[in-house]
Design a protein around this ligand. Structure first.
Ligand code: AMP
Length: 439
């Protein structure tokens, strides 16, 4: 057991209350329906498009992220939950899934599978960011990845899957798809130099972060939100003008496919993405109405060199991930409520100990038949149970009182008209099935 600091040992239990860690949250049942909606949408689409689900471990070797995401990125530099375990291995709670996907591709010899390998995931991620609205330290991402293909049509297909998710959630009108190309190492290096030449004389006008970015990763200056930096960038050279022929041709084809698919996008030359492994096509999905500084709902792009960087054979790939909490927040903002499924149409009320025994057995029978029955076995009072049945808007309430127990019967009350009939206890499931199938 690792050592617990003295103050941690004595602190909270004695105060009698534990609290969530900063930036972490509980998802309570009223919110769960939103998570379920997104999970269903993502899983159904993945199935339709032939993606297989991959479940990845939460812990990975820290060096995996330093080598893939990049050691000078915000994520690796400041935001990883990293610790040394009992075997002296430095491990990290994964901040994103693409690095793990690439590791898994190499580790399981997926290059021998039919290409492209199509994987999807829905997993929690961990980033030690400054908590604020829409920015948590544990959050869920879903993602789609194509591995083993360099074809521009695949870039368009991936963007069309992202487009479909937002359309099917009725959010397409509320978001924009921002698209750009980061080119390859060669054209990007040339552009970086050009950008630096442009920025150097204006360095004192940039924010402190951007001054540092100029040394480590000048492209990141392009997506700085500070108005002073935005002003400097107004006449900055544009990466798209520096693409080599191969990268330009690839990007033009992607845009043509998107046009063919009638997907509306915004060509955004400032879109950079913060991670080192990206090249060529990158895209993000933004809410059209900006609230606060947390804008991106989803993002992704090509990572054609990542698998090779991690020791595998050169394998082009592309993927994107979406932030579940941020999409849920937009759904709520737009007043889009998931339709309740699996709501009980039947309530079982009981009065007395013997009735409880019979009720519990009857519930089992309904469960075996796949019929959802609401109940509250902890209550004895019929009025309270009927009130609950009313609140739940069930169509039928079954009532088991002392008389019914003795007679081997059960009462079925139709809630709307209040009509009641007595049926044989053994036939209760059959009768309800018959009634439910009528409408
Ligand atoms: P990224 O890999 O940083 O582009 O993240 C992909 C998506 O995950 C983003 O577009 C967000 O929707 C979501 N996301 C990233 N960081 C956070 C965070 N700290 N809290 C909640 N959602 C996040």
């Amino acid at each position: 057991m690792p050592k617990i600091k003295k103050e941690e040992k004595k602190k909270k239990p004695e105060e009698g209350r534990f609290q969530l860690l900063r930036g972490f949250r509980d998802v309570l049942p009223p919110e769960e329906k939103f998570f379920l909606l997104l999970e269903k949408k993502v899983s159904n689409l993945a199935k339709d498009y032939g993606f297989g689900r991959i479940r990845l471990p939460i812990l990975e070797e820290a060096v995996l992220f330093a080598r893939s995401v990049g050691k000078d990125t915000d994520i690796v530099e400041k935001e990883m939950f990293t610790f040394v375990d009992q075997n002296e291995t430095t491990v990290t709670l994964r901040p994103e899934a693409t690095a793990s996907i690439a590791r898994a591709y190499i580790e399981h010899g997926m290059l021998n599978w039919p290409q492209p390998v199509k994987l999807f995931y829905i997993e929690p991620m961990f980033r030690r960011e400054k908590p604020q609205s829409g920015r948590y330290r544990q959050f869920y991402q879903f993602g789609f990845e194509f591995l083993g293909t360099a074809e521009p049509v695949i870039d368009a297909q991936l963007i069309s899957i992202a487009n479909k998710i937002f359309s099917e959630l009725n959010l397409r009108e509320s978001v924009s798809i921002e698209v750009n190309s980061l080119g390859c190492k060669n054209c990007r290096e040339e552009y970086k130099q050009e950008l630096l030449n442009f920025l150097k004389p204006k360095k004192k006008l940039l924010c402190e972060d951007c001054k540092k970015r100029m040394q480590k990763n000048p492209l990141r200056v392009l997506d700085c939100k500070e108005p002073s930096c935005q002003a400097v960038l107004a006449d900055a050279p544009v990466l798209l003008d520096w693409l080599c022929d191969e990268c330009k041709d690839h990007f033009m084809k992607v845009l043509e496919f998107l046009d063919q698919l009638e997907i509306i996008y915004n060509l955004n030359p400032r879109l950079i993405r913060g991670l080192d492994y990206y090249n060529k096509t990158v895209f993000e999905i933004w809410p059209t109405e900006k609230t606060g500084s947390q804008t991106a709902l989803a993002g992704g792009g090509r990572y054609d060199s990542l698998i090779e960087t991690l020791g595998g054979r050169a394998t082009p790939a592309i993927g994107f991930s979406g932030g579940v909490e941020r999409i849920i927040s937009l759904l709520k903002q737009k007043g889009i409520e998931p339709r309740e499924t699996g709501q009980a149409k039947v309530y079982l009320a009981q009065i007395g100990v013997q009735a409880k025994t019979k009720a519990i057995k009857l519930l089992e029978k309904f469960h075996n038949e796949g019929i959802i029955v609401a109940e509250n076995l902890s209550k004895d009072n019929l009025k309270a149970q009927l009130e609950q049945a009313n609140r739940l808007k069930v169509r039928y309430t079954l009532i088991l009182g002392q008389k019914e127990v003795l007679d081997g019967t059960i009462l079925i009350r139709e809630m709307e008209g209040g009509v009641q009939e007595i049926v044989d206890y053994e036939k209760a499931v059959q009768e309800i099935k018959k009634k439910l199938s009528k409408t």
